[in-house]
Ligand binder design. Structure first.
Ligand SMILES: [Zn+2]
Length: 186
């Protein structure tokens, strides 16, 4: 299990942010300068949004570049491999470190904060998601019930496509910058 995530971490570090990551970061800064907020919540565990320039990214499935101790709960930034022999920086035990990400069957993180931000939103945009993994897949229904405008930007229609007010299909590197430009946030 650790080996698999060590491999994924190395791959994530080798990847580069694309034009969609960068456009979202610019839109976040632009909106903030106008007194608004772009709450960026991702199911991705890589740091491409952060390296694309985004601030305060909410990682609901955790972060590959963080580790935590199952013994004492200590969490910390971790860019290298996690090995069973590594001692926890918090409690010095060994064999207790794991990636700080959500494994199958575990609860996603930051659900209360996400719910609070959704309630104050006036636009909900789902980008590059299957629409089949809950609770994230349920947010469009929640947004609709709150009267929030909804938009899907995806390679192809998601399982939830009919629930969105608007949809644009194609690679995120094209649809995301174009959509944000239309909002005046490019
Ligand atoms: Zn510990």
């Amino acid at each position: 299990m650790l080996d698999f995530y060590n491999w994924r971490r190395r791959n994530a570090l080798a990847a580069e942010p694309n034009s969609a990551h960068r456009a979202l970061a610019r839109a976040q800064a632009r909106l903030a300068s106008m007194g608004g907020r772009l709450f960026l919540c991702t199911q991705n565990v890589d740091d491409l949004h952060e390296r694309g320039g985004a601030e305060a990214v909410t990682h609901m499935h955790g972060a590959l570049l963080r580790a935590r101790c199952t013994g004492c709960g200590h969490g910390f930034a971790c860019r290298g491999d996690i090995l069973r022999a590594d001692p926890c920086p918090g409690c010095a035990r060994t064999g207790t470190l794991r990636p700080d990400i959500v494994w199958f069957g575990e609860m996603p993180m930051h659900l209360e904060a996400i719910d609070a931000r959704l309630r104050e939103a006036d636009l909900f945009v789902a980008i590059g998601t299957s629409g089949s993994v809950y609770p994230a897949a349920g947010y469009v229904m929640q947004a609709r019930s709150l009267g929030i405008r909804t938009c899907e930007l995806n390679l192809e229609p998601s399982d939830n496509a009919v629930l969105f007010d608007e949809a644009r299909y194609g690679p995120a590197s094209g649809t995301v910058p174009a959509f944000l430009a239309d909002l005046g946030l490019a």
